[in-house]
Design a protein around this ligand. Structure first.
Ligand code: G6P
Length: 610
């Protein structure tokens, strides 16, 4: 949610932190701030809005500091303004903290600190941490001990970084429930909530675990548990390049990520699709495969777009592997004391691997003895590390807040899982081979659909002023209707609803008139005739219709206002194709409306609070 970066070394930290914050902006961006030690004094510069506004406020030549921290904020407690932006000072303005997460008992701490004279200047929960640490320093403790004592009183989640005038040779950082990595450099070290912030400087990272506190010096780092035991941490080499997280010539990350899908889908299948055997090889499930095959039920739990992928996964697994499958919003699942048995297998899908509700649902499932598995994009993310097994989707970094390539890669991985389970549970090799061959053709078919970009841009220009949209699909394409509607509302702020097409007559049909565009996902599959009847019902009420249809279908053109023709595949894989025009349509409508496509208002890429 919020982004964190810190630097200690010989260089001027200010441009390093500003550039790191720009890389983190996609996580949360209502305000930003920078704090550093300069000539023995702690300084803070903050601003509401984008990092570029913060950058304008800083005259880099005015300061040279080799110790600093920076933060991009996504408001939870207190409105987004300059005061509430991080870093936060202690009373004597010689200690600075940045925090990602939520301090649940901040009111209690605030009251007890107020009673001993501390004053609070912001509406945030985070500010209490600065004063609490300060209160322990005043009792004669070192910074490290003060942070540890303060954190022992805190309930909630944190990715935290602290710098202090009195010990200006270190950053102290700690993690509980919010991601934090140490970047290991040569004579310089970093901390960050996300490797992308520090990738320009180092590829050597150390992942902090919950309950760990680290002292980061310019030439070493020392990690301890909250009970003060020193621990040796493994250094990981990151294989991502900076090019991979740049826009690569496209005007927006979202468009770049849509266009990357032939490659990202290919990467999700690479080395895993066994065409001659008609099966799949998923190394991350090897250790749990027997348990998975013997499970009585599969549950898929996720949020947002990942939840839509889960719905398609349910259809895939039930149709082919015949294992009863349910899909749950992680946020509901974790709170309703669900009935979970040790013979349940639960897949948690999360692009970021950091979504707080999904992570908490996974922990709940593990506590109840279920087989908890992850389907994640970000390697080394919290959900990936908490899981007992799982599959990375290998879609590459997704920066645009609206998820696109991660969705299609999640579907590919779910298809691989369905294929693997089905074959092990008795599907004939021939049928498996047919699925595998169709999967292998997906990248080329996606590339073919992407060539329709200008055609879709034209349709977008015809509909950019619509106030509402209805998305309708059946079977495997019902979740695509939900996802298409979500994409549109996320980035264009147009109200859109997705529905199973047959449900239309139970309510939404009342909305249809000449001002209500309806998008039908109507490829030639087993529900085609039914969906044509639904199209007729909308037409009879003067609704304007866009259809996503099979290239072999020439009849549908007479029934609808616009058709987007896509190649055929088997119904199970159709969502991987039908969603592409919907991503492009949402993108072009938002661009035409002059909106910030990559960073839509109020949304965050990674929702690390409940
Ligand atoms: C946020 C993002 C969505 C994403 C959802 C779940 O709401 O804006 O794009 O689908 O979180 O994220 P996850 O990382 O768990 O897939």
């Amino acid at each position: 949610m919020c982004g964190i970066i810190g630097y200690i070394g010989e260089k001027n930290c200010i441009p390093i932190i500003i550039n790191g914050l720009k890389r983190l902006e996609y996580r949360g961006y209502d305000s930003a701030g920078l704090g550093f030690i300069h000539n023995g004094n702690a300084h803070v510069i903050k601003s509401k809005g984008k990092v570029s506004i913060l950058e304008e406020k800083i005259n880099s030549n005015q300061y040279f500091s080799s110790l600093g921290i920076g933060h991009t904020r996504w408001a939870t407690h207190g409105i987004p303004n300059e005061t509430n932006a991080h870093p936060h000072f202690n009373e004597s303005k010689n200690l600075l903290i940045i925090h990602n997460g939520i301090i649940e008992n901040y009111q209690t701490i605030k009251t007890s600190l107020s009673n001993i004279g501390y004053k609070f200047y912001t509406e945030t929960d985070s500010e209490v941490i600065a004063h609490l640490i300060d209160s322990f320093i005043h009792k004669g403790n070192t910074l490290l001990k003060s942070v540890r004592l303060a954190l022992s009183e805190v309930e909630g989640t944190y990715g935290l970084a602290v710098i202090y005038n009195g010990e200006a040779d270190k950053i102290i950082a700690a993690r509980k429930g919010s991601p934090l990595v140490i970047g290991v450099g040569d004579g310089e070290n970093f901390i960050a909530s996300d490797v992308s912030a520090i990738l320009a400087h180092t590829k050597q990272v150390v992942y902090l675990e919950d309950g760990e506190i680290v002292e980061v010096y310019k030439d070493k780092f020392v990690t301890r548990t909250t009970s003060d035991e020193e621990i040796q941490k493994e250094i990981h080499e990151i294989s991502l390049s900076l090019d991979e997280i740049d826009k690569g010539g496209y005007s927006h990350f979202m468009l770049k990520e849509i266009m990357e899908q032939p490659e990202s889908v290919r990467n999700s299948m690479r080395g895993r699709l066994l065409i001659p055997e008609g099966s799949a090889k998923l190394g991350g499930l090897d250790n749990v495969i027997e348990r998975l095959l013997n499970c009585k039920r599969i549950i898929i739990s996720a949020c947002g777009t990942s939840w839509h992928a889960g719905l398609v996964g349910e259809y895939m697994i039930e149709k082919y592997a015949q294992i009863p499958t349910e899909v749950e919003y992680a946020s509901e699942f974790r709170y309703r004391n669900p009935i979970i048995h040790p013979d349940d297998a639960i897949f948690f899908i999360s692009q970021s691997g950091e979504t707080a509700d999904t992570l908490a649902a996974m922990k709940e499932a593990k506590n109840k003895g279920a087989l908890a598995l992850g389907i994640c994009n970000v390697v080394g993310s919290s959900i990936a590390r908490e899981s007992l097994g799982g599959v990375y989707i290998h879609a590459g970094p997704e920066i645009g807040v609206a998820s696109t390539k991660a969705f299609t890669s999640q579907l590919v991985v779910l298809a691989l899982i369905a294929l693997l389970l089905s074959r092990k549970l008795g599907m004939k090799a021939e049928e498996g081979k047919c699925i595998a061959e169709h999967m292998d053709q997906l990248p080329d078919k996606i590339a073919q659909i992407l060539k329709l970009n200008s055609e879709i841009e034209f349709i977008a220009s015809e509909f950019q002023d619509a106030k509402n949209f209805l998305y309708l699909g059946r079977g495997f394409n019902f979740p695509v209707a939900l996802e298409g509607a979500l994409k549109l509302k996320e980035i264009s702020y147009i109200h859109a609803e997705g529905y199973p097409a047959a449900e239309m007559k139970h309510g939404p049909i009342a909305l249809i008139d000449e001002n209500m565009p309806a998008i039908f996902i109507a490829p030639k599959d087993s529900t085609y005739d039914k969906i044509i009847s639904n199209i007729q019902e909308v037409k009879a009420r003067k609704g304007r219709i866009i259809a996503i249809a099979s290239e072999s279908d020439s009849e549908i053109d007479h029934l609808v206002d616009y058709t987007i023709k896509i190649p055929d595949t088997i119904s199970m894989l159709m969502p991987i194709l039908t969603v592409i025009p919907l991503q492009l349509l949402a993108y072009h409508i938002a661009v035409k409306k002059g909106l910030n496509v990559d960073q839509p208002r109020n949304l965050a890429k990674s929702v690390t609070v409940e």
